[in-house]
Design a protein around this ligand. Structure first.
Ligand code: ADP
Ligand code: MG
Length: 575
């Protein structure tokens, strides 16, 4: 909890104002009973009307001052707490953006969403309450006791009895409520996960007719959360009657014993009224202090979760002294590269060495799980190598800024991802400054123009979240166009043609060949027809290079390649 307070740093001045105003308000409240006692004991007893008017007027002024302080204080407090929440959310989002794929493998997206939204809101709400009403509670408590004793020391034994009773009751409730609050947040995480999976996988859920079991899974999480929330609320609700009972018993005791003291001439009526009011203020601020003890652990649980996410240091970071990159463009070299996924026993790829230069097309072919995606993901440094070096333009990718590296790369992922927005916006994602002509040209080369022109608003047609309103092949073509407008030095196509029919695939590659003939191109594919014309074909088998060379060479001396070819091409095509 303490750590999260660093986000309050920019708000030192408003915080000072809030604290000053809160103390002002609290002092006004503490002063009023005293004035009231004076009106009764001095003004009314002595029938001194001007004194009553004077003191009454002062009371009005003090009250107005208190109200004014309260209004301004609440304004600043709410504003500060809300900005505090905003800053935390921004910091989280910014930090998470820096995560490497490995961190996303370890902290689930749904948990990160809960942390950015619900946990932050939790902390923010508690901050509102602390700033609005709780800052001065300890002060009011202590000052109230002193002032009450000052009014009548003999009656203060009532406070000595009641305060421990109230504190005890609060402690009892607290020790039960806090663990419940903690587990509530975890249940919420779980529920978010179920919702997330159920919604993103809705097609699969339908296809396998698993709505019922998804509902059950959701119901399970939902009722667990509800049960805990009900128990917490029951506890909190039982606090109210306990507190009201204590307050009323205290009032009765004060009136009873105070009445006797008045009868005996040991106390004045005004002093009794003031004492009663101080007692109420004391018990009320006690309640506030204890609420603070309940709310702070609750917010602390959320604050911890936020801090945890913020404390994760992204595995892949820019070097302290990045090497400047030459303008020479797009040389890629793998030097004896090996890599294994964290936690995996075996290397996903081993001892990979090759060189690729601008103007060359390197194709990578191999069975599913042979390490093709892993290999090309090392070029944009999505992961760091386990052994060896990946060099781009002669510099190890670990020694350059990620931004500089990725500036050079146009990446078309295996699973095409589009963002909600128009088609034009999605293509321009590759290059904000692309002109309309450049964008249309990219769509042309990617063979996307045809289907775009049949859409109602052509380039301004809307792509829904996750690109669910276009087909897989259309998505692939749009993500190819997105890479093309970037005009990068290195192109990476990870099975980017897999959802295209053979004819479109061929047309697209023909168009690409002329368009990007000066770039370094990597094409991952399972189709022999796609890779056949490449300058260099790397045949991967269980993460190792089984053969490398052009189609002819491999046909002559690579068994794995020949096997793949034999399953896909007719003898005439091979010849
Ligand atoms: P390909 O693209 O050739 O189908 P991949 O490069 O995706 O193969 O995968 C190679 C191997 O690495 C597979 O055995 C796969 O199970 C494993 N793998 C892929 N991605 C991950 C990951 N994020 N975490 C752990 N293992 C992975
Ligand atoms: Mg793959």
């Amino acid at each position: 909890m303490i750590k999260i307070l660093r986000f309050l740093k920019p708000y030192r001045l408003p915080l000072l104002v809030i604290i000053v105003l809160a103390f002002g308000q609290s002092m006004a409240n503490l002063y009023l009973p005293n004035l009231m006692a004076n009106i009764v004991d001095v003004g009314i007893v002595n029938k001194d009307t001007p004194y009553i008017w004077r003191t009454g007027g002062l009371m009005v002024l003090v009250t107005l001052g208190g109200v004014l302080a309260a209004i301004i204080g609440v304004y600043f407090a709410s504003r500060t707490a809300t900005l505090f929440g905003k800053d935390i959310r921004a910091a989280l989002f910014k930090h998470v953006q820096k995560f490497s794929l490995h961190e996303f493998d370890t902290v689930s997206a749904s948990s990160l969403i809960t942390r950015t939204t619900n946990d932050t809101t939790q902390v923010q709400q508690v901050m509102v309450i602390i700033l609005n009403i709780m800052i001065t509670a300890p002060f009011t408590l202590v000052a109230g006791i002193i002032l009450a004793v000052n009014q009548d020391a003999a009656l203060s034994w009532i406070l000595v009895v009641m305060i421990p009773v109230v504190v005890g009751a609060i402690l009892l409730l607290m020790t039960r409520a806090i663990p419940l609050f903690m587990s509530m947040q975890k249940k919420l995480d779980r529920l978010n996960l179920v919702v997330d999976e159920g919604l993103t996988g809705v097609r699969v859920v339908r296809a396998f007719d698993r709505q019922k079991s998804e509902e059950q899974r959701f119901d399970g999480g939902n009722s667990e959360l509800t049960d805990i929330a009900i128990r917490v609320n029951q506890l909190m609700a039982s606090m109210m009657p306990v507190m009201m009972f204590s307050l009323n018993i205290t009032s009765i005791a004060i009136l009873w014993f105070g009445g006797q003291r008045i009868n005996n001439g040991q106390m004045q009526v005004g002093a009794l009224i003031a004492f009663l009011q101080y007692a109420m203020q004391i018990l009320f601020s006690l309640l506030m202090v204890s609420m603070m003890f309940i709310m702070i652990p609750r917010a602390a649980a959320s604050a911890d979760r936020i801090n945890q996410a913020l404390a994760i240091t992204p595995e892949i970071a820019d070097p302290a002294q990045p090497e400047a990159l030459s303008d020479s463009a797009g040389y890629v070299e793998f030097k004896d590269v090996s890599f294994s996924y964290p936690g995996a026993e075996e290397n996903a790829i081993s001892n990979i060495s090759f060189k690729a230069a601008p103007g060359e097309m390197t194709a990578i072919i191999g069975g599913t799980g042979s390490g093709k995606s892993t290999l090309i993901n090392l070029i944009p440094r999505f992961y760091d190598v386990g052994g060896g070096n990946v060099l781009v333009d002669g510099v190890d990718v670990r020694n350059m800024r990620q931004e500089d590296l990725r500036q050079k790369i146009g990446y078309v992922p295996q699973k095409a991802v589009l963002f909600s927005g128009t088609i034009a916006e999605n293509i321009r994602y590759g290059n904000q400054n692309a002109t309309d002509d450049e964008m249309r040209r990219a769509a042309d080369i990617a063979q996307a123009t045809e289907f775009i022109s049949t859409m109602e608003d052509t380039f301004d047609s809307y792509i829904s979240q996750g690109g669910t309103n276009v087909s897989g092949g259309q998505k692939q073509r749009l993500s190819i166009a997105r890479a093309l407008v970037k005009k990068p030095e290195i192109y990476i196509f990870d099975e980017s043609f897999s959802a295209l029919d053979f004819k479109t695939d061929a047309k697209l590659r023909a168009a690409l060949r002329t368009e990007i003939k000066n770039s370094t191109v990597f094409i991952v594919s399972q189709r022999v027809s796609t890779v056949m014309s490449a300058d260099r074909i790397i045949v991967l088998d269980e993460g190792r290079i089984a053969g490398m060379g052009d189609h002819k060479t491999l046909m002559a001396n690579c068994d794995v390649y020949r096997e793949i070819v034999a399953t896909q091409l007719t003898p005439e095509e091979i010849a």
